[in-house]
Design a protein around this ligand. Sequence first.
Ligand SMILES: [Zn+2]
Length: 53
Amino acid sequence: MTIAKKIKCPVCNNKRLLDLVVAKDGEVMIKCPKCKRIIDVTFQDNRIKAKAM
Ligand SMILES: [Zn+2]
């Protein structure tokens, strides 16, 4: 069973920036479709940190 974790945008009120199902340690940069800011999402030890660049 997989559970998707919703990652919200740290800048605006977009509560669903992406749904994360599986992540190994790493980093992605995505653009929020709502506020157009670049959000840097890092995964480490099953923890997710999202911050605006
Ligand atoms: Zn946003």
